[in-house]
Design a protein around this ligand. Sequence first.
Ligand code: C5P
Length: 237
Amino acid sequence: MSGASASPARPDVVPVLTIDGPSGSGKGTVCRAAAQALGWALLDSGALYRLVALAARQRGIALDDAPALGRLAEGLDIRFGSDAAGEELVWLDGRDVTRAIRTETAGNDASKVAALPAVRTALLGRQRRFVAPPGLVADGRDMGTVVFPDAAVKIFLTASADERAGRRYKQLKEKGVAATLAALSREIAERDQRDISRTASPLVASDDAVLLDTTGITVDAVVRRVLEIVRERLSPG
Ligand code: C5P
């Protein structure tokens, strides 16, 4: 995936590519591959909500205690990095929580704390500080609508609910985590419902986003299309 360089039409503005969409739409994989191909930084905004949820559990804060969760999100000691093999690592209060934030429980807890405006507001500045030359790929639910409304390129990824549950099932099996397809389908539907129906930054495609349905399409093909869109949008003229 080389030769993907994209120069912004306005060199004074750091380009941001936002990729939003529901759980299991392939966003994480596509964002990582796009960031690597472009040589841009990556913001995994879902990880921030997962970290708030995990920290809340560890400190015994109820997942609906908005003021306490807002303060928690504001002051979280978080660090992102990678190991020698290039695998992403995440630390919370100096402890490696890379695996702990990836559990289904952490994901479901994250979608609960993410419904609270106090938490979303507390994380805004932290997310925007990820913008750095030569560019940023931002992965989330409200990247194009709320966090980076002026992003140079916005994409909204979708896939059928069945396909998304199937992908998640495969991922978990590969990791040796026990799961059933029926339970995953139910959880994905519940999480979608919570993300779509909340009043604070609901999951919705920005008016100016390109919609990409990834049902039945390989990750490589989606990444190629994303890079084409970036090049089309950022090429001068
Ligand atoms: O993408 P990921 O599964 O890690 O996100 C976990 C949860 O965090 C989502 O279900 C969603 O509720 C929330 N989230 C959000 N806004 C974002 C990213 C994630 O509300 N920008």
